[in-house]
Design a protein around this ligand. Structure first.
Ligand code: PEP
Length: 256
């Protein structure tokens, strides 16, 4: 049975004061379920604060990006996997559509980042997703297969099981407009089959998260879908009550 994962992507939000209050509430209210993992993904400068506040809790944490360079050197502005390990990170988001679009990250760069994560003992949460235009042209699966194949081709087969995939339709991110449950299940099932063609054991254990306007009102039905193994949550992860409600929904769906 796959353990569900609910991860909160804070994006470029937060302050020492706001984070302290949010993390404190999450720790006080943390739910302990065998079939559920929870994580927060703050901006780099707050990793130390996050580590200090969460290290005795069951909540994991991670970073929003990593350098493709593993060795220290003249790479101004970059943060390496080993630096993230120094701060207790477990996960790294790679290939978020905001980075693909705004920082021109290609499928190949995303694949290299996923590889660097796995080789350094971090779990990459690899985001893939189609634009509205691509969906309307019927290109959803071909876009997703191109994105996922780049990652699968870059990894050793026995590393695939360390991956976390996040299906995030670009048109659903931060828009309040989630994909329908039919659209989500169809894509997640197709992604699992795509991975199964390379390694069916890894595919059956693979965490495929859904992301895109997940909120307390739609979390239970999304996470009850057979191929949805949790959620990557943006906006709602900044509000303790909402994030807790989504975690609770994941726990209910995992138990049911
Ligand atoms: C995200 O940024 O990964 C995301 C899913 O954002 P939101 O939940 O705000 O749509």
């Amino acid at each position: 049975m796959r353990k569900k994962l609910v991860a909160g992507n804070w994006k470029m939000n937060g302050s020492l004061k706001e984070n302290e209050a949010l993390l404190k509430t999450l720790v006080q209210r943390q739910l302990q379920f065998n079939q559920l993992q929870t994580a927060v993904i703050p901006p780099f400068p707050y990793l130390s604060q996050t580590q200090q506040q969460l290290h005795t809790s069951t909540i994991l944490w991670g970073a929003q990006d990593v350098s493709v360079e593993s060795k220290a050197g003249a790479f101004t502005g970059e943060v390496s996997a080993s630096m993230l390990l120094d701060f207790g990170c477990h996960f790294v988001i790679v290939g978020h559509s905001e980075r693909r679009q705004r920082h021109q990250e290609t499928d190949q760069v995303v694949a290299l980042k996923a590889k660097v994560c796995i080789e350094n003992g971090l779990r990459p949460i690899v985001c893939i997703g189609e634009s509205l235009g691509e969906r309307e042209k019927g290109e959803t699966l071909s876009v997703l297969y191109r994105q996922i194949d780049a990652v699968l081709n870059a990894l050793d087969v026995d590393h695939i099981q360390r991956l976390v995939l996040a299906y995030e339709p670009i048109w659903a991110i931060g828009t309040g407009k989630s994909a329908t449950i039919e659209q989500v299940q169809e894509v997640h099932q197709a992604l699992r089959q795509r991975v199964a063609a390379v390694d069916w054991v890894a595919a059956s254990a693979l965490n495929i998260l859904y992301g895109g306007s997940v909120k307390p009102a739609n979390a239970l039905e999304l996470m009850s879908l057979p191929d949805v193994d949790g959620a990557l949550v943006g906006g709602a992860s900044l509000v303790a009550e909402d994030f807790m409600a989504i975690i609770q929904a994941a726990a209910v769906s995992a138990a049911g």
